[in-house]
Design a protein around this ligand. Structure first.
Ligand SMILES: C[S@@+](CC[C@H](N)C(=O)[O-])C[C@H]1O[C@@H](n2cnc3c(N)ncnc32)[C@H](O)[C@@H]1O
Length: 511
């Protein structure tokens, strides 16, 4: 069975948080909700028939990590496919009956089915086993699933798609082929390496997310994704601290001792009696309290990384073996940067691993063998990451966000002869034009100008303002072309590659 969790240990983050108070934590992560408490979709989007507007189909859905996040963001996931019966069963139990057990190699069956559903977006994380062997160049059956994903997208042609994979996939031949196919089909691509620790998960997990939209410029969602990231990675303390009630109740064994402890301090020894005496309405998780009390956690390193982490940092990428105790081999040759000896650490329970991977507390695994459960957990896209990406897409889809200009546009304008004041005005006009375009960018300059012309409110603007906006977009296109040219031929000076702005009438005639 394919799996990704164990393939690529996340790069450990050297950043640690000094966050101490709940208020600071709440402010920093105010745009994320603890997945435990997420019950209802955050954004409700409906078309005029009251139907969920953004209809999603997920390929390679696994247990449903990505689907769960997309549903939380407000997507209407109408169909999901996976070939693994245990994953399909888990998905059906926790997400819904719209999941189908199918081998996605059978494109002739699957493509017409999906086309009939007319999704607005196709999502999926094709199996990534082959890419984890990066360097050995053994791309095979699983890598071809990336191509299958691209074939489904380019044949069904939804407005949007999201593809998730290990970061090595970006350098693969399968992605090069898929990318070319998607570009030929007219998709603009935003390729981002996202670390889950900045999107509401206490886990350093870097994955490639490619978001595509028909007609867009490449990189169209990059600034929105960067804006959504939190300022610092989420730590285990922040995650479990908010899951454990502020005041944890441990009934005192004598009058001289107190019974309530903050989640930010060491708890007294947990006894059976403490658990029995919990008053009604109080809920705590002994394993979480024990983890916070311990302060350090062990998670088996996969590629020579650190085994021991403080709870004031995110844990390394969750894998199938994250629950295992330190082996004698590790204990005899620990990582030199381990802050404490591995024997003095807590080890994560399967339930904690699932929650760190974004599965909500109410998630159930049924009678599925533990090794399969761990594989499904390790495979998953953490739901808070999928949710954040889903919200970013919905905001853009609804025209509520506008892409920022990537690169030093103002400096470039000054370099090519504008005064700084003029340069700032041009930049402001690009922003204004993009707002009129509801955040859309267009790979084709002619289409962009036509869309601007048709944008509501544009016609009513004074003649000068209209030409300022047209000119601003065309100068921006010139800047972007110069950046591309610089990348291709670094030694040649940047030259203007755009012809003088044609009149809109000419463009309209040409279209
Ligand atoms: C990386 S996991 C996807 C996890 C999922 N995105 C999530 O968030 O839970 C890849 C999935 O692809 C499925 N898979 C592999 N080959 C397949 C095939 N030929 N047809 C359908 N599903 C397949 C595996 O069973 C596995 O569940």
């Amino acid at each position: 069975m394919s799996g990704c969790g164990w393939m690529k240990p996340g790069s450990s983050s050297s950043e640690s948080s000094n966050t101490k108070t709940d208020a600071d934590t709440a402010a920093r992560y105010s745009h994320f909700r603890n997945p435990w408490h997420v019950k209802k979709p955050h954004v409700q989007v409906h078309d005029r028939h009251g139907r969920g507007f953004v209809r999603a189909v997920e390929l390679f859905c696994g247990a449903g990590g990505m689907s769960r996040g997309l549903v939380d963001a407000g997507f209407d996931v109408v169909r999901a496919y996976d070939a693994w019966p245990a994953a399909v069963e888990t998905y059906r139990r926790n997400i819904g009956p719209h999941v189908v057990e199918a081998d996605l190699n059978n494109l002739l069956t699957v493509v017409p089915e999906i086309s009939a559903l007319a999704p607005d977006i196709i999502c999926g994380g094709p199996p990534c086993q082959d890419y984890s062997l990066a360097g050995r160049r053994e791309e095979g059956k699983n890598a071809s699933m990336t191509i299958a994903f691209a074939i489904v997208v380019t044949t069904v042609r939804p407005q949007w798609f999201i593809m998730e994979n290990v970061t090595q996939a970006q350098k693969s031949e399968a992605w090069a082929e898929s990318r070319a196919m998607l570009k030929r089909a007219g998709y603009g691509l935003s390729e981002s390496k996202i670390n889950a620790a900045y999107f509401g998960v206490p886990q350093s997990r870097r994955r490639l997310f490619v978001v595509g939209r028909l007609g867009e410029k490449d990189g169209f969602l990059q600034s929105a994704i960067a804006t959504k990231a939190s300022a610092a990675p989420m730590t285990l303390r922040q995650f479990f601290g908010s899951a454990v009630p502020d005041a944890v109740f441990f009934p005192a064994t004598s009058d001289a001792r107190r019974s309530f402890y903050s989640a930010d301090e060491s708890a007294p020894t947990i006894r059976e009696r403490s658990i029995r005496s919990l008053p009604e309405g109080h809920r705590y998780h002994p394993a979480d309290v024990a983890l916070l009390e311990n302060g350090y956690v062990y998670s088996r390193p996969v590629r020579g990384g650190r085994g021991v982490r403080s709870i004031d940092e995110p844990i390394a990428t969750i894998t199938r073996t994250s629950w295992e105790r330190p082996t004698p081999r590790y204990l005899s040759a620990p990582h030199h940067l381990d802050p404490v000896t591995a024997t003095d650490t807590a080890v994560l329970s399967v339930d904690q691993i699932a929650r760190i991977q974004g599965f909500p507390a109410e998630w159930t695994w049924g009678d599925i063998p533990k090794r399969d459960v761990l594989q499904m957990i390790a495979n998953a896209v953490p739901a808070p990451v999928a949710r954040a990406l889903g919200e970013i897409i919905l905001e853009r889809h609804q025209g509520q966000s506008v892409p920022a200009i990537e690169g030093r546009f103002v400096d470039w304008l000054v370099r090519v002869g504008r005064t700084r004041t003029t340069a700032h005005n041009i930049k402001a006009n690009v922003g204004r034009a993009r707002r009129l375009l509801h955040g859309r960018t267009f790979a084709d300059m002619g289409h962009e100008l036509l869309a601007l012309e048709a944008a509501s409110g544009f016609d009513a603007l004074p003649k000068n303002t209209k030409s300022d906006l047209r000119r601003a977009l065309s100068v921006l296109a010139e800047f972007e072309a110069s950046k591309l040219q610089k990348k291709r031929k670094p030694r040649r000076p940047a030259v203007s590659v755009l012809p003088e702005l044609e009149s809109v009438t000419t463009l309209k005639q040409a279209a």
